[in-house]
Design a protein around this ligand. Structure first.
Ligand code: COS
Length: 379
């Protein structure tokens, strides 16, 4: 077992760190306040090759491994989780799903633009009544011969307003239950496809989350991903990799909060000495450091499983479950170490605490991860 990074991975880590410091940090508080999407920053992230990191260069991607992707995700998430969720969805849910399961024509037409960041993608599974219970899709895609007619609503869609390409999961044959579900590529601007209002969120407020409404939307058959009825498996397989990305995001949020708390504890004085000299604070830092390192090992392990062609459903679920818990606990402690300053926006840790919460919810709640893990160990 060798967890040391190679030269290329170290360069990617440094590039991501520099980008986060120079491009994301300066206006991250303002974007969070105003719920402003990081439009320019995402464009630059695309220029860096971070929006299609694992995609084959022949489709405009960077051709890197999953480990490189999680390393970059960690660094970006230390500073700005609103930006890293755009990166995660585009890389693992949209680009990966299209490259793995899309037709050659779909890859030529959509993937080449998505992997460079010329366009952004969205992954549309959740509905008002189908979040965790993902097989209960109410959105329908009725087979009309050479096209589908799509009706329904999707909820909490990341990149909902800014995306150009939407991967939409919908029920074609209700009798067949999850085996009658399809995944369709729907372009923004298709008649009948409307974008609902933007959600006003607790955290990742710079990201762009919307409901989507489909009213008799005509989608050509060639926009279906995979065979008829493959849609649910497509969603599950794609989400399994997505969970590695969100685990890396959670790891980054935790590590970012820890680094800020560590620095602050060496500067802030109380009772005549830096607060890091008080065991009450030093022990908190010891716990944070240990838990973050454990989370990092789980995240790296799941990325390596994926890179080595092994099953990563279990390791990805464990990484997400644990890293998101560590993100929540670490950010709460980072606020505590900052005291009154932790409660005001200028010190960043309150934002990281708000951002951490979503990592226990999206791409499968912690409870869903426990279903995946327990089924795997009990089968
Ligand atoms: N890879 C491939 N196929 C998978 C899979 C995976 N990781 N997980 C499930 N499947 C397949 C199963 O093999 C089964 O297909 P067959 O009947 O053809 O064998 C099908 O999917 C249904 O699986 P299952 O019967 O286990 O479905 P459940 O309704 O019990 O749900 C969970 C399984 C809970 C794991 C699933 O619904 C889930 O992940 N829910 C959360 C979805 C989510 O993450 N939502 C967040 C919104 S997206 S941001």
């Amino acid at each position: 077992m060798d967890f040391s990074l190679n030269e290329e991975q170290k360069l990617i880590q440094q590039a991501a760190r520099d980008f986060a410091q120079n491009e994301l940090l300066p206006e991250v508080i303002e974007r969070d306040d105003a719920q402003r999407f990081p439009k320019e920053e995402i464009k630059k992230l695309g220029d860096l090759g971070f929006l299609g990191m694992m995609v084959d260069p022949k489709y405009g991607g960077s051709g890197l491994d999953t480990l490189s992707y999680v390393i970059a995700m960690e660094e970006i998430s230390k500073i700005d989780a609103s930006t890293s969720v755009v990166m995660s969805v585009n890389n693992s849910l949209v680009c990966w799903g299209l490259e793995k399961f899309g037709s050659e024509e779909q890859k030529e037409k959509y993937l080449t633009k998505l992997s460079t960041g010329e366009q952004i993608g969205a992954f549309c599974l959740s509905e008002p009544e189908a979040g965790s219970d993902a097989t209960s899709q109410k959105t329908t895609a009725i087979d009309m011969g050479d096209h589908y007619i799509v009706n329904g609503t999707k909820n909490w869609i990341t990149n909902g307003g800014t995306a150009s390409t939407y991967l939409v999961i919908a029920q074609t044959d209700k009798e067949k239950k999850h085996r009658g579900i399809n995944a369709l590529i729907i372009e923004k601007g298709t008649p009948g496809f409307e974008i609902g209002p933007k959600e006003n969120k607790l955290g990742i407020r710079g990201s762009d989350t919307h409901s989507l409404i489909f009213n008799d939307v005509k989608v050509p058959k060639e926009n279906r991903i995979g065979e008829d009825g493959f849609g649910f498996k497509f969603a599950m397989k794609t989400l399994a990799g997505g969970r590695i990305g969100i685990a890396a995001q959670a790891l980054g949020i935790a590590a970012g909060a820890y680094e800020m708390a560590l620095k602050y504890s060496k500067e802030r004085k109380a009772f005549g000495t830096e607060i890091s000299n008080h065991q009450a604070i030093a022990f908190k830092l010891a716990d944070m450091h240990t838990e973050i390192q454990a989370a990092r090992l789980l995240v790296y392990r799941s990325a390596l499983d994926k890179d080595n062609g092994k099953d990563y459903d279990l390791s990805g679920a464990m990484a997400k479950l644990y890293a998101s818990k560590v993100a929540m606990e670490t950010t709460v402690e980072a606020v505590q170490i900052h005291g009154g300053n932790g409660f005001v926006k200028d010190y960043h840790v309150e934002r990281l605490m708000r951002d951490a919460k979503i990592t226990q919810i999206y791409e499968g709640t912690s409870e869903i991860q426990k279903i995946v893990i327990s089924r795997s160990i009990l089968k």
